[in-house]
Design a protein around this ligand. Structure first.
Ligand code: 5SP
Ligand code: FE2
Length: 218
C-alpha cells in the first residue's frame, strides 16, 4: 500500500495544528516538512522551532526534507526538535556519507534526495546506508509545480538497483503529485508520495488522500 506524505508547505500556516490533524485523520502516513533556507533554494520556510511545535500534535512520523546549505550544522537541531526522518540533498552535502552518519547518530532515520537534473548513479555508493531515497520530480523551492516526466525512468532505475542489491530503503517522490502522476510513480516502484497542493488545496483532505490511494490501485 502506497504511503501519502502531505507537504505542509501548502497548508494554511495560520492554523497549522488543525491542518495537520485534518490530514492525520484523513489517512496520511507521514507529515512532510520542507525546510528551506533562502540559499540552497530561493525560498525560506520552516526551521526546527516549527518542527518542535508540531511534534506533540501528531503521532505520524515527521518526514523532514532539508533544502539548506551546510545541512550538517542543523541536523542535530532538527533531530532534537522531533524529526523522525531527515533527508539531505546530495547536491547540498559536502560529505554525504558524513551527513548520513550524523543523522543516524542523532537517532533519526536517514534519507538522501536528488534534484531532477542530478544523475541517479551519484547515489549508488550511499544507497546501502540509507532508509529512504527521495527523488525530486520538480525543482526544489516551491509547491504547486508540474511533475517532470523523466522522473518515472529515474524511479525505475533506483527500484532496479534496490532489487539487485537486496536493499530495503523506501522510495519517495516529491513534486507535482496528482492522481495521474501518482499511479505512474507507484507503477515505477515508488512507496511514498509527497503531495502538497493536491491535498491541501482540496476542501476535503480525506477525499484528496483517498483519491490518490484509489488512483494507484486502478
Ligand atoms: O519539496 C518540495 C518543494 O521543494 C515539495 O515537498 C513541495 O511542497 C510539494 O508540493 P506539490 O508539488 O505537491 O504541490
Ligand atoms: Fe519536499
Amino acid at each position: 500500500m502506497v504511503k501519502i506524505a502531505p507537504s505542509i508547505l501548502s497548508a494554511d500556516f495560520a492554523k497549522l495544528g488543525e491542518e495537520i490533524k485534518d490530514v492525520e485523520t484523513g489517512g496520511a502516513d507521514y507529515i512532510h516538512v520542507d525546510a528551506m533556507d533562502g540559499h540552497y533554494v530561493p525560498n525560506i520556510t520552516i526551521g526546527p522551532l516549527v518542527v518542535e511545535a508540531i511534534k506533540p500534535i501528531t503521532s505520524l512520523p515527521l518526514d523532514v526534507h532539508l533544502m539548506i546549505e551546510n545541512p550538517d550544522n542543523y541536523i542535530p537541531a532538527f533531530a532534537k526538535a522531533g524529526a523522525d526522518i531527515i533527508t539531505v540533498h546530495q547536491e547540498a552535502s559536502k560529505h554525504l556519507h558524513r551527513s548520513i552518519q550524523l543523522i543516524k547518530a542523532n537517532g533519526v532515520k536517514a534519507g538522501v534526495v536528488i534534484n531532477p537534473a542530478t544523475p541517479v548513479e551519484l547515489l549508488y555508493p550511499i544507497l546501502p546506508e540509507v532508509d529512504l531515497v527521495l527523488l525530486m520530480s520538480v525543482n526544489p523551492g516551491f509547491g504547486g509545480q508540474s511533475f517532470i516526466n523523466s522522473t518515472i525512468q529515474r524511479i525505475e532505475q533506483i527500484a532496479t538497483f534496490r532489487k539487485e542489491h537486496h536493499l530495503d530503503f523506501e522510495i519517495e517522490v516529491d513534486g507535482g503529485i496528482n492522481t495521474k502522476t501518482a499511479k505512474q510513480c507507484v507503477d515505477a516502484g515508488a512507496d511514498v508520495l509527497v503531495a502538497g497542493s493536491a491535498v491541501f488545496n482540496h476542501a476535503n483532505r480525506r477525499e484528496a488522500i483517498n483519491e490518490i490511494k484509489d488512483a494507484v490501485k486502478g
